[in-house]
Design a protein around this ligand. Sequence first.
Ligand SMILES: [Zn+2]
Ligand SMILES: [Zn+2]
Length: 204
Amino acid sequence: MSKSYQERKEASVCTRKGCDAPASETSFLCEAHRLATAATMARVREKRRRRGFCPRCGKHRVKRSEYACRPCLTYLGQLGTRIVATNVAPSGDLAVRTRDKDNRLRYHGKGSRGRQPLIETDKEDLKEAQRALSRGTQGLIDYWTEDVQSGPKALKADQRAVALAKLEQCQRWIDEVLVRNGVKPALVDPDEEEIAGPTRKGGR
Ligand SMILES: [Zn+2]
Ligand SMILES: [Zn+2]
């Protein structure tokens, strides 16, 4: 359909052009596009890091122990603050995330009972993290069973990929809590945004 990036985002539809699949739980992209993008980006980042460059921008040299170059860390730090700020609805109430019947994430302000404590959002995210962790764990256990190991190769690879994707999701949920509580800079792939649509540059 010819929905704009913004419309797709609000309707929880994958923001990739020409794709009408529902957005995944942790991204504005559908699960298939999210995994494909994440895999590509992981390769790019790994290559940059191996060459001694910032995995995020690929322009500046960084030490192995550093997560990203200084300009990138500064940018991510600011982004972290901005992301926390956008979680607060104009009324000053915290926007809470809920799921509709299709299990898509919805954000809305929670007005009537006053300010929603941050802990509620943290609790929700941690519950998601636990769910993803137990699914990922079970998936890996299943992967190592005789049945799967002796089964078709493609099935084996799928089983492993799905389990690892769950663990990755778990990490993302925990990251949300860490970012929200200010101990970690927001991890946003600029390249992912580029593919997904307009960047935050000069945005709201
Ligand atoms: Zn898609
Ligand atoms: Zn950088």
